[in-house]
Design a binder for this molecule. Structure first.
Ligand SMILES: Cc1ncc(COP(=O)(O)O)c(C=O)c1O
Length: 451
């Protein structure tokens, strides 16, 4: 099968190995030899990182980089509260969920208190993929259906089941018959004529997909939606636009599965969870299931599926769930430290404040650089869409920009089906000075490229 166009071009090209300095080339060669062909390295020439501290990463030569990409280390790299929690718990006990332990119960209660009251149970896994896999399995069990609807460039993970609902991995031709894709709610490029707005338009796409599943004799089980559409190109506004699609899923008897692996834990600034931006005081947005991961352990592999008790009731009675490492005492200790720090240090507020100013500053770049076609996002998750002279997606420029930023010691990556959206996701502790540095380096990189 032909290599898909999207993706690999933002990575190191192994045929250029001889252009690297000898120690780097040697490590790349040994890595490819040991890990095989499926792994990728970021950037035109790979980065060899050996240390992280706060928003900074340091390479093997001691050079410092501003990390505006890693939403996993959302408290910053090597956060002392997290490293201490991990070390203390590892020195005491690390075992599984078949013994009573106070830690997991305490953490679960504190976590559930941040969610709508209707989401009453949490089940643990090690990765976002595993959490999504479990959630979809439970959703299928609950509904008796198999049909799933996802967005056009969605990414939900690497298990066989999650890869099957991730068109960004293998393309549309790789999808099984029980999956339907809908276009993402792309506010820059969608013609919503005939609809009240992007929300009603998106709900109509999902309704059509559910109808098509039914026409093929496939019962609808779930809509999986990343609440910030991170791999589709970052779509956040207007807040509230997911409310109509929530109603469509409920009316069809399916499960609304909010994938919060990317926007969760305060990143959007407006709320602890990305989906909450789409509700209001009078009408809160309440998914049936939520998956969380990435920043949950600030780097420790810990993830979870959160759900309405009714959804898991029959599954829990008739099946059983055990995950050797999911919910182990050390991972939970890390997760506890993360949640405590997010809450005690008001990192959601910091994301709102620093993110809003950064969005404004990036928007002001649009006046100086015709290539900046759109700036969108919420809190500290922003998308900067780079376009050509006709306003079309400019993947080539985007790849030049991320490599130029790397040379300027600032790290970001790309998103979107056309790979032309800068994905900007600094740790939640990023300061105004960090944001200023990023914006000014981007400005300079675009000027150098005459873009
Ligand atoms: C939206 C989304 N869902 C799920 C996953 C899978 O998480 P993990 O890599 O922890 O399996 C990812 C990972 O990038 C993701 O971005």
């Amino acid at each position: 099968m032909a290599e898909r166009r999207v993706g690999p071009s933002s990575y190191f090209d192994p045929s250029r190995i001889d252009t690297l300095d000898p120690p780097t080339a040697d490590l790349v060669r040994r890595r490819v030899g040991a890990l095989g062909p499926a792994y990728r390295l970021f950037y035109r020439s790979p980065l060899h990182i050996v240390r992280g501290q706060g928003v900074h990463l340091y390479d093997v030569d001691g050079a410092e980089y501003l990390d505006f990409y890693n939403n996993v280390a959302s408290l910053g790299h090597a956060h002392p509260r997290v490293t201490a929690a991990i070390a203390e718990q590892a020195a005491l006990l690390n075992t599984h969920t078949r013994y009573l332990h106070e830690g997991i119960v305490r953490y679960s209660e504190q976590l559930l208190a941040t969610m709508p009251a209707s989401l009453g149970h949490v089940m643990y896994a090690c990765t976002g993929s595993e959490a999504g896999d479990l959630a979809l399995r439970i959703a299928k069990y609950f509904t008796g259906g198999t049909g799933a609807v996802v967005t056009r460039n969605a990414y939900h993970g690497v298990t066989t089941e999650m890869a099957a609902v991730s068109p960004s991995l293998g393309g549309l031709e790789s999808l099984p018959p029980w999956v339907r894709v809908v276009p993402a709610p792309d506010t820059l490029r969608t013609d919503t004529t005939g609809f009240t707005g992007i929300g009603e338009w998106f709900a109509a796409q999902v309704q059509a997909a559910i109808d098509d599943l039914a026409a093929h004799g496939i019962r609808f089980a779930a809509l999986l939606a990343d609440s910030i559409f991170s791999s589709d190109g970052v779509f956040t506004d207007p807040a509230g636009f997911l409310a109509p699609v929530r109603a469509v899923v409920a009316d069809a008897g399916g499960v609304y599965l909010a994938d919060e692996v990317q926007p969760g834990f305060g990143r959007t600034g407006d709320a602890m969870w990305g989906f909450q931006r789409h509700g209001s005081a009078g009408e809160p947005f309440e998914p049936d299931m939520v998956t969380i991961g990435k920043p949950m352990g600030n780097g420790m592999p810990v993830a979870a599926a959160v759900m309405r008790p009714e959804v898991v009731e029959a599954f829990g009675r008739e099946q059983r769930y055990f995950n050797t490492f999911g919910g182990n005492a050390v991972s939970i200790a890390a997760a506890q430290a993360v949640l405590d720090v997010v809450q005690e240090e008001h990192l959601q507020d910091n994301a709102a404040r620093v993110g809003a100013r950064m969005r404004d500053d990036l928007r002001s770049l649009m006046a100086q650089h015709a290539s900046v076609g759109d700036v969108r996002g919420a809190g500290l998750f922003l998308g900067v869409e780079l376009v050509d002279a006709d306003g079309g997606p400019d993947e080539g420029l985007t790849l030049q920009v991320i490599n130029a930023l790397k040379e300027r010691r600032v790290l970001v990556a790309t998103s979107g089906p056309e790979n032309n959206v800068l994905k900007v996701r600094p740790p939640l502790i990023a300061t105004q000075a960090d944001s200023d540095r990023f914006v000014s380096e981007l400005d300079a990189a675009l000027s150098d490229l005459h873009a």
